[in-house]
Design a binder for this molecule. Structure first.
Ligand SMILES: Cc1ncc(C[n+]2csc(CCOP(=O)(O)OP(=O)(O)O)c2C)c(N)n1
Length: 287
């Protein structure tokens, strides 16, 4: 039996950490991180077979953050899961820090793929999934792809590849928040309708509310049972979810909250400053 209340508490903590670390860095991408919080919480605190004490365990499930600019949500999940100390979050985007603006698999424990150049991560995930079959190993591969990212042609080449090789150990979440850097995806270069496209490419498709844990688990469990083809879970989300002045705002794509805005945002998110945690850096944001 899954404890969804516990997962909601973790999600709240990840949201707080995303906001605090980006404000501290004075840069980064809170909106596209906040939209994916429930997906990463479900992955790192339930779905994935991982061991924080052994980040390079060969049998571990792999996760590829194909929309690499959402690094803050990945770092928040990894810290909360125990891959590294929470203090590290406060060095996001600092020179020499292991937490760079985009994930670096050579620097950060728990990061399986270096990403940030949109469109490439799904191909990397396909390679990992095919590699599991050839090794053979029983791990699953998970990826998170943006809807704006899906305007990249390479996403669809990877989609074709995964279906051609019947990569049923690959599950993709697509963060359907409707926005990308310059505005609504359907105005910039429409990737819609997403479900019909994936189906046409030979994928098993589910469409869910990406903030609803019950729906995430139902779709992920169904994907794990699917044989002979890869699965995509198209997750309807809200960019900036949880913070009134960040929700559905394309303008804030790569903009951190000011310290004053942060206090308001943390009050809206709720929860408490983490005891003993360095997030807040002794500055006690949001009190
Ligand atoms: C190849 C490449 N082109 C452009 C960019 C700049 N860029 C960063 S984020 C972004 C928008 C991505 O939209 P989406 O995937 O929907 O992300 P989300 O809205 O969920 O944050 C763009 C164009 C990039 N990182 N890589």
């Amino acid at each position: 039996m899954r404890d969804l209340d516990r997962l909601r508490d973790i999600a709240r903590q990840l949201r707080r950490d995303i906001l605090v670390m980006t404000t501290e860095a004075r840069s980064g991408h809170p909106g596209g991180s906040l939209s994916a919080v429930e997906i990463l919480t479900a992955l790192y605190f339930d779905l994935m077979n991982i061991d924080p004490k052994d980040p390079r365990w060969p049998e571990r499930d792999r996760f590829v953050l194909s929309k690499g600019h959402a690094a803050p949500v990945l770092y928040a999940a990894l810290a909360e899961r125990g891959f590294f100390e929470r203090d590290a979050l406060m060095r996001l985007r600092k020179i020499g820090s292991m937490l760079q603006g985009h994930p670096d698999m050579l620097k950060t424990p728990g990061v399986d793929a270096s990403t940030g150049s949109l469109g490439q991560g799904l191909s990397f995930a396909c390679g990992l999934a095919l590699g599991a079959r050839l090794a053979p190993r029983s791990y699953r591969v998970w990826a998170l792809v943006g809807d704006g990212e899906s305007e990249e042609g390479q996403i669809w080449e990877a989609a074709m590849f995964a279906a051609h090789y019947g990569l049923d150990n690959l599950t993709v979440f697509q963060d359907w928040n409707g926005l990308q850097i310059d505005g609504p995806c359907d105005k910039v270069l429409s990737p819609y309708p997403l479900d019909e496209k994936w189906r046409a490419f030979g994928w098993e498709v589910a469409v869910i509310d990406g903030h609803d844990f019950a729906q995430i688990f139902q779709a992920a469990d169904a994907a794990a049972r699917t044989r002979g083809r890869p699965s995509v879970i198209i997750a309807k989300t809200v960019k900036g979810k949880g913070v009134s002045f960040m929700e559905n705002q394309a303008g804030g794509h790569g903009k951190a909250a000011s310290p004053e805005q942060l206090a308001v945002a943390l009050a809206e998110i709720g929860g408490a400053e983490k005891a003993g945690g360095a997030v807040g850096g002794g500055r006690h944001y949001g009190r």
